[in-house]
Design a protein around this ligand. Structure first.
Ligand code: AHR
Length: 498
């Protein structure tokens, strides 16, 4: 099938923050997954798991959102600062009623970001917090001079301000954040946005209003109309959930062909969602290029058998890898409106990069997609056209294109082409042509596939390397073109070196 890359047309630069992540005080994401504490037998640096941090560093994570999600709207940041022995222990009423000893707080989060080399995105508490509480948090993090909060920060061992740029004003305010109506939330958001200060003109903060979920375009439009002048972006949450009932979202590893195609169909809906939410933002706020921050996305499946249902621990198979790849392609192709995206969630929760079991860890197929695609970060998006066929389970209505493609060019003229073969049983020969690009010295490829196990292939703690990228050896180079063969249900990347 033909794929064409047009080097003369681009919608813009792919913001590296599209490759962002999200870590909440939920299940074993923070505690046990990212943070084990200094006294743990699990090797750690200042409490952060060395194995997990080292693996995540390979992804060049640009930005990490914390502390929630729903948890953010019950979180009082002052509970998580100061000597650990005197921090409040309380109950995480949002996620399973488990003990929260606040040993991971603002300083630990900033230390995690330092170790990962990423920016911090802090989601403030609008649900049960106050404007003053969030203003104090910004002052605590960002004030360079003398002030009550800056002094408190110094007293707690941090002299220099962290200059946290990204601040979320509430989370899912239409639901778990307080069941608010758009107008009521917008007024609150305006009040918060008015008082969240820039403490250093060279480190301006970026304010993100709590946006819609799924197809609630009216929320986006109304909130954009009412808050657009005071914020930089609106968020959007969209999870790929194969099942039609919340109690039966579908198993992560045992699913029918029909469920597989429904999952891919739902993942592909991200494109329409971005376009429609963006159109509503532009209509509401025509004079401002409000950004779209998709700060929760990914697959949401049934929890693994025998695990706490409130911990949202799910396995991660090749099907998840394809969902990630399709979404990242879509985000890149909409980089004129999508300024950030944060997959939910980094470790042990929902569509994770990493799963841990005590001292053991594994990288999921989704992790490998983020690794294979990282060259798109900060690169110039290139327009692509792909010849496709509609495919699906026999007799089922749900059809998807068999190929999904995107491409970008980095500062040195190297081009990255990322291609997904959505067919669960057919390999696809591809012939990739380009125009308007420099001469290339080499073309190499990598492929991630489930081999015999197909879409249901996954890594286990006993066999953690079952699904891993391999070199693609079947590349034949022509003039301004090359051919290759993509295995069924696979994600491939091609690097065209200038
Ligand atoms: O990611 C899990 C939860 O999903 C988040 O806490 C919430 O924002 C969303 O509903």
């Amino acid at each position: 099938m033909l794929i064409f890359i047009n080097g003369n047309r681009s919608v813009g630069t792919i913001n590296k923050n599209i490759y962002g992540h999200f870590a909440e005080h939920l299940g074993r994401c923070i505690y046990g997954g990212l943070y084990v504490g200094e006294d743990s037998e699990i090797p750690n640096q200042n409490g952060m798991r060395t194995d997990v941090v080292n693996a995540l560093k390979e992804l060049d994570i640009p930005v990490l959102r914390w502390p929630g999600g729903c948890f953010a709207d019950t979180y009082h940041w002052q509970d998580g600062i100061g000597p650990k022995s005197s921090r409040k222990t309380l109950i995480n009423t949002t996620w399973g009623g488990v003990r929260e000893d606040n040993s991971f707080g603002t300083h630990e989060f900033m230390e995690l970001c330092r170790q990962l080399g990423c920016e911090a995105y802090i989601n403030g508490n609008v649900g049960t917090g106050t404007v003053q509480e969030m203003c104090d948090w910004v002052e605590y993090c960002n004030m360079p001079g003398v002030s009550p909060m800056a002094d408190l920060r110094r007293q707690n061992g941090q002299d220099a301000p962290w200059n946290v740029k990204y601040w979320g004003i509430g989370n899912e305010m239409w639901g778990g954040g307080g069941n608010m109506r758009a107008d009521y939330y917008s007024d609150l958001c305006r009040q918060y946005a008015s008082f969240l200060r820039d403490y250093d003109p060279s480190h301006k903060i970026y304010k993100i209003a709590s946006g819609a979920c799924d197809f609630n375009y009216d929320w986006t439009q109304r909130v954009a109309e009412l808050t657009g002048a005071l914020v930089d972006a609106l968020s959007l949450h969209y999870y790929t959930i194969p099942g039609s009932e919340w109690e039966h979202k579908g198993s992560a590893t045992k699913f029918s062909r029909e469920e597989y195609y429904i999952t891919m169909y739902k993942a592909l809906q991200m494109k329409g969602l971005i376009e429609n939410h963006t159109a509503r933002m532009r209509q509401a706020c025509p004079n401002k290029n409000l950004g779209l921050v998709i700060d929760e996305w990914g697959t949401w499946l049934d929890v693994e058998e025998g695990t706490n249902p409130h911990f949202l621990y799910q396995q991660n198979a090749m099907r998840d890898a394809l969902v990630a790849a399709v979404n990242l392609n879509i985000f890149g192709d909409h980089c004129d409106s999508v300024v950030m995206a944060n997959i939910a969630q980094t470790v042990n929760v929902l569509q994770a990069m990493i799963l841990t079991d005590g001292p053991r860890m594994l990288c999921t197929p989704t992790y490998h997609v983020f690794h294979m695609f990282k060259g798109h970060q900060g690169a110039r998006q290139l327009e692509t056209y792909a010849e496709t066929a509609l495919i699906g389970a026999d007799g089922a209505d749900c059809k998807v294109p068999n190929l999904h493609v995107s491409a970008s060019e980095d500062h040195n003229g190297n081009v990255l082409v990322t291609v997904v073969n959505l067919s669960d049983h057919s390999s696809v020969p591809v012939e990739i042509h380009w125009d308007g690009l420099s001469k290339f010295t080499s073309i190499t490829g990598q492929v991630l596939s489930g081999d015999g196990a197909g879409a249901a292939a996954y890594n286990t703690f006993d066999n953690p390397h079952q699904v891993e990228p391999k070199p693609l050896t079947n590349i034949t180079v022509g003039t301004n073109s090359f051919t290759s063969l993509l295995p069924a249900c696979s994600v491939a990347t091609f690097t065209l070196k200038a």
